[in-house]
Design a protein around this ligand. Structure first.
Ligand code: PLP
Ligand code: ZN
Length: 389
C-alpha cells in the first residue's frame, strides 16, 4: 500500500491513514489521500497498464485499499472515450470526444466514487453507511453496499427521479425521501449518524470517493496516449470528479507521466442552481449558498458544495471558467447528442454541449482545440424529465 497519510485540503493538517475519518479535525474541510508516488511509480508504469484489468482498479497503486479482498467491484471505470465527429461538425470542433460514464455499473460516474468509498468502509470496519444524494450517488451506494454485505441508509429529495428511488429499493437500501434539497438531506444524516452508528459517505466529507473519481483523469490521459485534452467540460454539483481529475493530473506529473500543461477546466451548472458560476464571476474562492435552487438536472441541484474552493482553485489555475445553461438548453441538448452520436445522456451530461457553444462564442474555446465532454450518467434514469419536455 502506498498511502502515507490524509491531508486537509485547506489547512494542510496531517491525519493518520487507515482510520474511519470524515472532515479535517481542525478546520472541518475535506481530507485528501496522499501517496508515496515514487514507490507507486516503481510498478505502476505507463507500459504496464495495457495488460491490466479493464476497470478502474488498473491504477491499484494510486488507490487507497490495502488488502485485495476488500475491493468491492461491479466492473466500474474504463469507460469509452468516444470520438464525436458528427456532433463536432455541429459545433465546429474536429477533435470532440465524449467520456461516456453512462456505461458504468448503476449507469453513472458515481459508481467510481462509491466503489472506492465502500471498499474502504469495508476495510476499516464500518457496517452501516449513510448518504444524502441527488439520486445517482444513492443508486451507486445501494449497489456497492449490497455487493459488500453492508447496510445503506439513503436520504433523497422527494422529487428525485423515480428510477433512482426504485433502484435503491431493489438493491436492498433503506430509503428516506425528504421535502427539501440535498443540503437538507445532508443535515439529517449529520443529525442522526452518531446515535444510529452510521458512517457518513457524503461526497468530500469522506476522503475516498474522490479517489475513485480521480481515475477519470488517469483514464483520459491513457486513452489520449498521455496527451491531455485542451478543454474539459464537466457538469458540476459537488465537484468531486473535477477535483479528482485535477488531483490525478498532479499525481501523474509527479510520477513523470505527463508534463505541466493542463486542460482548461470548465464547470457547467444549471442557471437555476449556479453557485460556482456566481462565485467565479464575483472573484470569490468560497461560494455563497444558491437560493431557491431549481433544475431538472437533479445532480446539479447542489446549492452549496463543501469542496467549492477546490473546484474554483482548479478552474483558475487551469485558465478555465464556469458556465451556466438553462434547463431548456440542456434538455434540448440531450436529443441533439442522442441523434448525432447515439448516446442517451443524462441531462447533466448534455449540459456540456450548450456550454461548449457559449465558450466558442466567447472565444474561450477555439476550433483547433481538443475538447472532452463528460456524459456523467444515463438519460434512462430521467424519463419524467423528457416526457415533460
Ligand atoms: C449525472 C450526474 N452528473 C453530475 C453530477 C454532479 O457531480 P459532482 O457532485 O461530482 O459534481 C451528478 C451528481 O449527482 C450526477 O448525478
Ligand atoms: Zn483543515
Amino acid at each position: 500500500m502506498n498511502v502515507t497519510h490524509l491531508e486537509c485540503a485547506l489547512c494542510g493538517t496531517r491525519h493518520e491513514a487507515q482510520r474511519l475519518l470524515n472532515l479535517c479535525t481542525k478546520c472541518g474541510k475535506p481530507l485528501l489521500v496522499r501517496y508515496d508516488l515514487e514507490k507507486a511509480a516503481r510498478t505502476l508504469t505507463r507500459e504496464a497498464l495495457p495488460g491490466r484489468r479493464a476497470d478502474l482498479w488498473r491504477y491499484r497503486e494510486v488507490l487507497p485499499v490495502e488488502h485485495e479482498e476488500n475491493i468491492v467491484s461491479l466492473g466500474e471505470g474504463w469507460t469509452p472515450l468516444l470520438k464525436a465527429s458528427r456532433l463536432g461538425g455541429n459545433v465546429g470542433i474536429d477533435e470532440l470526444y465524449i467520456k461516456d460514464e453512462s456505461q458504468n455499473p448503476t449507469q453513472s460516474f458515481k459508481a467510481r466514487g462509491m466503489a472506492a468509498a465502500v471498499s474502504m468502509a469495508k476495510e476499516l470496519g464500518a457496517k452501516k453507511l449513510a448518504v444524502p444524494s441527488a439520486g445517482n450517488a444513492a443508486g451507486a451506494l445501494a449497489a456497492y453496499a449490497a455487493r459488500a454485505g453492508l447496510e445503506a441508509f439513503i436520504f433523497m429529495p422527494d422529487d428525485t427521479p423515480r428510477a433512482n428511488v426504485i433502484e435503491c429499493e431493489q438493491t436492498g437500501a433503506q430509503v428516506t425521501l425528504m421535502a427539501g434539497l440535498i443540503t437538507d438531506c445532508g443535515a439529517e444524516v449529520g443529525r442522526r449518524k452518531e446515535p444510529e452508528g452510521w458512517f457518513d459517505v457524503s461526497t468530500l466529507k469522506e476522503p475516498y470517493r474522490v479517489e475513485g473519481k480521480k481515475t477519470l483523469g488517469y483514464e483520459l490521459a491513457e486513452q489520449l496516449n498521455w496527451e491531455l485534452p485542451d478543454v474539459i467540460i464537466y457538469p458540476t454539483g459537488g465537484g468531486t470528479g473535477l477535483i479528482g481529475m485535477w488531483k490525478a493530473f498532479a499525481e501523474m506529473e509527479q510520477m513523470g507521466w505527463i508534463g505541466s500543461k493542463r486542460p482548461k477546466m470548465i464547470t457547467v451548472q444549471a442557471a437555476g442552481c449556479a453557485p460556482i458560476v456566481r462565485a467565479v464571476e464575483e472573484g470569490k474562492r468560497f461560494a455563497d449558498e444558491f437560493p431557491n435552487a431549481e433544475t431538472a438536472a437533479s445532480g446539479l441541484r447542489v446549492p452549496r458544495a463543501i469542496g467549492d474552493f477546490l473546484i474554483i482553485d482548479a478552474i483558475r489555475a487551469s485558465g478555465g471558467t464556469a458556465v451556466a445553461v438553462t434547463d431548456r438548453e440542456l434538455i434540448d441538448a440531450t436529443a441533439e447528442i442522442g441523434a448525432a452520436e447515439g448516446v442517451f445522456c443524462a441531462p447533466e451530461g448534455a449540459a456540456c454541449l450548450p456550454a461548449l457553444r457559449k465558450l466558442i462564442a466567447a472565444g474561450v474555446v477555439s476550433e483547433d482545440e481538443t475538447v472532452v465532454l463528460f456524459n456523467t450518467g444515463s438519460g434512462v434514469k430521467y424519463l419524467e424529465c423528457f416526457s415533460a419536455s
